[in-house]
Design a protein around this ligand. Structure first.
Ligand code: IVH
Length: 698
């Protein structure tokens, strides 16, 4: 393959490389599924450019270096000023060489640099007239784009009305955040559609789609502004303002920029400072709630930009410092079928391990059997895998032209791989006909686990015994077990029986958050269960809530809300059994939400009365090993403690973190907190702060 050669040897190799790049770009823009990963594409284009430098007269019209990158489909709305692309550098050395050539060109040092994230989405131009958003246009081929104004209203950060009645064109990137992407895929698969391979494809597909039965959200980040023909005096202002001030102005107009993110644009004066910000942004990449594929560095002053000018493809005053690709090609080795606690049978791809952005990826989600069929995946296929930040690794597409003919079709299970029962295939997601009962032992063990009901002495072996003896058919039955029944089991002496009964009795008084978590409602793990329990304060209110009300809980979107409501209906008999067995159904310390028209007790307390909690309004992260009174607490228990004391627990440090509890062997989170100036407390200090809220045994 041309792509693996280091230098292009001759005209034929050059032509083949151009053809391969064109094919990859065309496939990418047509279907969102490229035949090359980003790294490979970039390498190929660099080789083509190197060849063209040596043989300029041989340059082919189709070369990807000669036009706005990608060969995107063009539309029919002309751009006032071409929407250019950016040249790339891939290392500190290349960046230094680029700055030197820019400074040579303008004949002086660049006065200031703006260092900002390179957002991984689609470029759009948003035209505002007298403050009203009138037209949204894609970049297209750079000179004309497609009118996608139908998307107005579905893009977070792109208001329909600006704070001032100005006429202006804003340029920026539309993307899907991690959350919007997961949400979009949940909605799409529920509607029988194919999941998006990555957030960028999700944004591209969504932006173009006109008559979908559902809407999914996207987010806009502005990175520039231009005057329109009737912008009036703003025309001169925009021509003179430094880029950083243009961005600040755009934000004041009410438009979203990257300013409120951890990778906010920074203005610095030296190349060393640029470099250190580049490193910071690269380190933050994995924890960002949206994708970036590099860092854009721009000369900040209008005069520097003007004197540097632009080429036909890219401006000379800006450069993209590319980060390693988050898409890689690897091999699909197998497919595992796992049965979840609720009986859902989910396929998972086993991959030849591949390193993507610093972590090794060995598995990827495959959603459902229909998805495997739709994408015609085969064992042995070379597949493009995408992994960024918190996104579960996923297979984008098989690279069909790399097939050898030895690939094998993927077998679907004919019976439940867990219990051998029939499979209900009537929905996209296959489910064992026994539903939750299929994983009875697993669901009871989960319910009894340390982070749920915390029933000591009830391991999986014991649960198997209980199920086999017909003593329990769900975890509510645990609460009505009697001494005789337990003594009748093998290897159950008097002491273990009494201990187990005592542990079960204690479990009856667990807070609602843990009881709710024990139910194993899909999509509600430990922290979501705590949020739900704290929001509603008791089980009756949770059960009475409709999907709309559930969405008031932080992190619950439309689809999840509907899922929770449906599952709670399904779980009603179990919940009623638990109530009848005297299991606690309230969350200590939580205030119920106000009934419509009623002022909330929490709001009244915040208005002045009632004791403020020690962590009120604080976001707390815990890292390292806890010591002293906190030593025995699991991470879940630490998070519970934080929330009881009024705080919000989080797993990653950002500038929004109020406090980092750093125990022994605290690593990168501590360094990051130090860099960001986040307050750090040792376990003992923290224990003192929340002394009134520690669990009884701590
Ligand atoms: S400035 C004339 N700033 O990257 C300057 N572009 O690979 C052109 N992009 O077409 C763009 N983040 O779609 C700029 N902070 C940022 C950006 C950014 C992402 C995109 C943009 C551009 C592409 C070039």
């Amino acid at each position: 393959m041309t792509n693996s050669a280091v230098v292009l040897a001759d005209t034929a190799a050059y032509a083949a490389a151009v053809e391969e790049a064109t094919r990859a770009a065309a496939a990418y823009y047509a279907t969102g599924e490229s035949t090359l990963d980003d790294d490979a594409y970039d390498r190929l284009v660099r080789r083509i450019a190197a060849y063209e430098q040596e043989h300029p007269h041989e340059m082919l019209d189709a070369s990807p270096t000669g036009r706005v990158a990608g060969g995107a489909a063009s539309g029919d709305v002309p751009h006032t000023v071409p929407m250019l692309s950016l040249d790339n550098v891939f290392s500190a050395d290349q960046f230094v060489t680029w700055t030197a050539s820019l400074e040579r060109r303008i004949g002086r040092p660049v006065a200031a640099w703006s260092v900002e994230p390179k957002l991984d989405g689609l470029a759009v131009a948003a035209r505002y007239r007298a403050g009203r958003l009138e037209q949204l246009i894609t970049r297209g081929d750079g000179t004309a784009g497609e009118d996608v104004s139908h998307a107005i209203g579905t893009v977070v950060g792109l208001p329909e009305q600006l704070a001032e009645p100005v006429t202006i064109e804003l340029r920026g990137e539309i993307l899907m955040t991690t959350e919007q992407f997961e949400q979009a895929n949940a909605v799409r698969t529920e509607h029988g559609g194919a999941p998006f391979a990555n957030p960028r494809n999700g944004a591209a597909g969504t932006l173009r789609a006109k008559d979908r039965a559902y809407t999914v959200e996207m987010t806009f980040f502005a990175y520039g502004a231009l005057p329109l023909p009737d912008s009036g005096e703003l025309t001169d202002t925009l021509a003179e303002l430094p880029h950083s001030e243009v961005l600040a102005y755009v934000a004041r107009l009410g438009v979203h920029t990257a300013a409120d993110t951890d990778v906010a644009p920074r203005t610095v004066t030296t190349v060393e400072e640029v470099q250190s910000r580049v490193e910071e942004v690269a380190a933050l990449r994995a924890s960002l709630p949206f994708g970036i594929d590099g860092i854009v560095i721009k000369a900040d002053l209008a005069a520097d930009q003007r004197e540097a000018g632009s080429g036909s493809r890219a401006p000379r005053w800006a450069i993209a410092y590319k980060l390693p690709a988050v898409e890689k090609v690897t091999r699909l080795l197998g497919v595992e079928w796992n049965v979840g606690r609720t009986g859902i049978i989910a396929p998972r791809a086993v991959l030849e391990p591949v390193e993507i952005d610093g972590s090794t990826v060995g598995y990827a989600t495959l959603h459902n059997p229909a998805d495997i069929t739709r994408r015609d995946l085969r064992l042995g296929d070379r597949v493009m895998v995408y992994k960024a930040g918190d996104i579960i690794p996923r297979i984008e597409a098989p690279v069909a032209h790399l097939r050898t003919g030895d690939e094998k079709s993927i077998d679907f299970p004919a019976a439940c791989p867990q219990c051998g029962s029939e499979i209900d295939t009537s929905e996209q997601r296959w489910r064992c006909v026994r539903g939750r009962d299929c994983r009875l032992v697993a669901s009871i063990s989960y319910a009894a686990g340390r982070d749920q009901l915390d029933i000591e002495g009830l391991g999986a072996t014991r649960v198997v015994q209980l199920v086999d003896a017909g003593l329990v058919a769900d975890f509510a039955d645990l609460f009505t077990l009697d001494r005789e029944q337990l003594l009748g089991l093998e290897r159950m002496g008097e002491t273990s029986t009494d201990n187990l009964l005592a542990a079960i009795d204690t479990a009856r008084t667990q807070p609602l958050s843990r009881v709710f978590c024990a139910l194993g409602v899909r999509g509600t793990g430990r922290s979501m269960s705590r949020r739900i329990a704290r929001y509603f304060a008791d089980m009756d209110r949770i059960r009475a809530a409709d999907a709309e009300e559930l969405q008031r809980v932080d992190g619950i979107g439309k689809e999840k809300a509907a899922g929770v409501v449906a599952e709670l209906v399904e779980l009603a008999p179990l919940i009623e059994k638990l109530v009848a067995a005297g299991v606690n159904m309230t969350e200590p310390g939580a205030t119920p939400p106000p009934e419509p028209g009623e002022e909330s007790v929490a709001a009244a307390a915040a208005d002045g009365e009632g004791g403020a909690l020690p962590l009120d309004g604080m976001t707390v992260v815990v890292t390292g090993a806890m010591t002293g009174v906190l030593e025995k607490l699991s991470r879940n228990e630490m998070n519970e403690l934080i929330e009881r004391a009024g705080g919000k627990s989080s797993s990653s440090v950002s500038k929004r973190t109020s406090l980092l509890v750093a125990g022994e062997k605290a690593g990168s989170k501590r360094t990051k907190a130090e860099d960001l100036g986040v307050r750090i407390a040792a376990p003992d200090e923290f224990a003192e702060l929340v002394a009134g809220f520690l669990p009884a045994e701590a």
